[in-house]
Design a protein around this ligand. Sequence first.
Ligand code: NDP
Length: 257
Amino acid sequence: MGVLERFSMQGKKVVVTGGAQGIGRAGAEAMAEAGAEVGIFDLNLEIAEKTAKEIEEAYGHKAKAYRCDVTDEDAVIATFAAFVADFGTLDGVFNNAGICIHKNAEEVSKAEWCKVLDVNLNGIFVVAREAARLFLKEGKKGSIVNTASMSGTIVNVPQRQASYNASKAAVAHLTKSLAVEWAEKGIRVNCISPGYIYTELVEKLDPGLRKTWLDMIPVHRMGTPDELACGILYLMSDASTYTTGTDLIMDGGFTSI
Ligand code: NDP
């Protein structure tokens, strides 16, 4: 198989959680451009449907939106069942939905702490487990790519986000744990760790904070979702068949200093 051919997703059916916008959308677009059919699982059905329609029109491959809260185990199970009924099978999951709360640790309630861990860690686990169950049922060599963050490696400043940092460090180690556990079954599990990426999540934050970050990033700019998409495509496709348990950091050099 040629090198470029390995990046092809032709005929593959994939799910992207949190795929309505931002990094999830960029991953969904990259895989559709490479030939995949895509299911978008997101809290926000209205935006997810718009995104699915735009992807289908742009790349000519089936795309469908589903409302799914990744913290609701029953909903995750039911939505994967609906996806398989619609698409026939599952080849891969970009397990990406995540949230962040900026607050001093001493002011964070247990409910806030649990909310972040529930989406960013428990949600990632339940989605990965459901995907693996489907791969195992069909004896399929599926690929799972989790979204961690550079915040799992370093502690961001000046914002306070202990729950987020802890959740993302856990995602990176969960990724390695699942990769080892499922390696002999042919299921690959990797994660990406983006640095500061300009998405809707970041748009909601204080502009002063963004300026501080630009001074700290070695390349002095934020990344764009489509810059991450190439890494996502690499890990989701057969370009990375010997890669599992990897954390691909894409951060403009931030964690190197
Ligand atoms: P966005 O907020 O732009 O997009 C995230 C999407 O996930 C939204 O559509 C959101 O819906 C959805 N979502 C949130 N909670 C759930 C849930 N419980 N179930 C299903 N869908 C949900 O975020 P980004 O694209 O910026 O981030 C995507 C991932 O990348 C996250 O895991 C984030 O932590 C990570 N990341 C982002 C970085 C950045 O700089 N942007 C840096 C490093 C990592 P709604 O809008 O309705 O909440």
